[in-house]
Write a protein that binds this ligand. Structure first.
Ligand code: SUO
Ligand code: CP
Length: 324
């Protein structure tokens, strides 16, 4: 693997899934792979899980690791080219990334969208700038439009829960429903785009996206999914319910007020096939999902967060293995 920016960098999803499950069963077996290697992590936005699970993954592989919270820990970085830097910015991204990539063998980067200009966000201007300036392979720690380490951890979690065995054909597909949920702030589409991009490629999954009108995601990620608008209807017989808020793609970055309450409650979970509740976290309690769901054994959000270690470890392992 030469980089990890989306599922398209994965040659064989099933093989990578097997790798992650093997690593989880035996997390310290590959300490040679990371020996004398350094993983650098740059965060332009906040993080709890991605930051800590990436550190843990690097340690498990015997690698060294550093983290920089850009802007907070470092000089204030200038992102625009051709600027006269006589204001608050102290260092240009051009030097900063070249220098930081000289200090590591793999570079992880988090860059959220600004949610102002759809073209700029969807062209991944910021992430690509970093990627092009880096002299080492780049891993997405969530970019403007995608969060592949999260989706891969979600896949590991579902595979585990159903005791997935790649050599045995499932008699019935697993029904996974991704549902839009309410939120007080304008949030990116990265998590749902990425989840859709991965799960439309898993042939043992029957994948539905349910959302209010106006919240349709970019079709480049959702092709192959069943698109629905009635939440109760869609939840029927679901094995897994993946809740997430996202702002509108069409009315870019906006919140379109809803009459119906899209919050996930126990009553709604009862419509499913004993379905499990999933969320990438952080989650707003009693807005996105009711306490009664999150605090019950229906919820597998902690399993997902735990599997962030193994999605990162499998990806770092594949990239480090390919380095000279
Ligand atoms: N990395 C996981 C999700 C990150 C981000 N959530 C947030 O910003 C939630 C913040 C809040 O609840 O105000 C998102 O939706 O893309
Ligand atoms: N799910 C996730 O990526 O969490 P953080 O934003 O805390 O890293």
């Amino acid at each position: 693997m030469k980089q990890f920016t989306s599922v398209n960098d994965v040659e064989n999803i099933d093989k990578l899934l097997q790798k992650a499950l093997e690593i989880k069963a035996n997390p310290f077996a590959q300490q040679e792979v990371g020996k004398n290697k350094t993983i650098g992590l740059i965060f332009f936005n906040p993080s709890l899980r991605t930051r800590l699970s990436s550190l843990k993954a690097a340690y498990n592989l015997g690698a060294n690791v550093w983290v920089l919270n850009a802007g907070a820990d470092s000089w204030t970085l200038e992102m625009q080219d051709g600027t006269v830097m006589n204001g608050d910015s102290q260092e240009h991204i051009t030097e900063a990334i070249q220098v930081m990539s000289a200090y590591c063998d793999v570079l992880g980067v988090r860059t959220f969208p600004k949610l102002q200009n759809r073209d700029e966000d969807y062209q991944e201007v910021m992430f690509n700038k970093v990627k092009n300036l880096s002299s080492v392979p780049v891993v997405s720690l969530e970019s403007a439009t995608l969060h592949p380490l999260q989706s891969f951890a979600d896949l590991i979690t579902i595979a585990e829960k159903i005791n997935y065995n790649p050599t045995e054909k499932l008699t019935k597909k697993v029904k996974v429903v991704m549902t839009w949920a309410p939120h007080p702030r304008r949030l990116p589409q990265a998590v749902p785009n990425s989840f859709a991009q991965w799960f439309t490629k898993v042939d043992w999954v029957d994948f539905t996206i349910v959302q209010p009108k106006g919240y349709e995601l970019d079709e480049q990620f959702t092709q192959g999914a069943t698109i629905a608008y009635n939440q109760e209807e869609a939840l029927k017989d679901a094995d897994f319910v993946y809740a997430k808020n996202w702002s509108s793609y069409e009315q870019y970055g906006e919140i379109i007020p809803q009459e119906k309450d899209w919050q996930i409650t126990m009553e709604k979970m009862k419509l499913t096939n004993n379905g499990k509740f999933m969320h990438c976290l952080p989650v707003r309690r009693n807005v996105v999902v009711a306490d009664e769901v999150l605090d019950s054994d229906v919820s597998i959000v902690i399993d997902e967060a735990t599997n962030r270690i193994f999605s990162a470890q499998a990806v770092f392992h594949e990239i480090l293995k390919g380095l000279k």
